[in-house]
Ligand binder design. Structure first.
Ligand code: ADP
Ligand code: ZN
Length: 217
């Protein structure tokens, strides 16, 4: 069981990290830091950072460690993270985990737990290629598993739903390979620190959320 609430969500793309972040942040009043969402906001705003990140993202590759670690460090030091946070999609390499430790040590924070979202690859590909999200509020939907009430429109805010350019079959396959090679080593890294808790993320949303609640106190 994890008592305090400084959490990392670790797992392949499509495992449901973002999906289960939404109810947990609401129920526990946690801040949600998604490096993917921050990068997409930079791209939408046309910033220098966004421009340089886009080519990596469209190829399904990782954005350089220092870039994402810098973004996360700033967020962690902000007031919204003081009573707990979910890091969704960061760290994604062992080097990023080291940078995270340094950044947290500087501001007197520590991680309480890392939740590993585990699901088979065929399911992940099915989920990724049917995934759509809201341009305004980033809520995720799925054409097969979790459709919106009205096609193309966000249930929550009425915003337009779109398919991410990196959710094509080819790019999704690349992202899964990048996960296996560069991110999966973090499983042993955090297991060795006694921080790892695994949940079955092939479950539908509500059951997945119950499994998540069961490891949190
Ligand atoms: P998902 O978990 O669905 O793959 P994200 O929205 O977390 O998607 O990430 C989308 C893309 O953003 C990644 O493929 C990568 O290019 C970039 N990205 C996000 N987080 C990181 C990170 N921690 N390190 C490097 N690149 C990242
Ligand atoms: Zn919305």
């Amino acid at each position: 069981m994890i008592r305090k609430k400084n959490l990392v969500f670790l797992g392949p793309p499509g495992a449901g990290k973002g999906t289960l972040s939404a109810p947990l942040m609401e129920d526990e009043k946690l801040a949600h830091i998604s490096t993917g969402d921050i990068l997409r906001a930079e791209i939408a705003a046309g910033t220098e950072l966004g421009r340089s990140a886009k080519s990596f993202m469209d190829a399904g590759k990782l954005v350089p460690d220092e870039v994402v670690a810098g973004m996360v460090g700033k967020k962690l030091a902000s007031a919204e993270c003081a009573s707990g946070f979910i890091l969704d999609g960061f760290p994604r390499t062992v080097a990023q985990a080291g940078l995270l430790e340094e950044a947290m040590a500087k501001i007197g924070m520590k991680l309480d737990g890392v939740i590993l979202f585990d699901a088979p690859e065929e399911l992940l590909l099915k989920r990724l290629t049917a995934r759509i999200m809201c341009r305004k509020c980033n809520t995720g939907y799925n054409k097969i598993f979790c459709p919106p009430k009205k096609e193309g429109v966000c249930d929550k805010c009425g915003g337009e739903l779109y398919q991410r350019s990196d959710d094509s079959l080819e790019t999704a396959k690349n992202r899964l390979a990048v996960y296996r090679e560069q991110t999966a080593p973090l499983i042993e890294f955090y297991r060795a620190k006694g921080l790892l808790f695994t949940i079955d993320s092939s479950l539908p949303k509500q059951e997945g959320y119950d499994a998540l609640r069961a490891v949190l106190q």
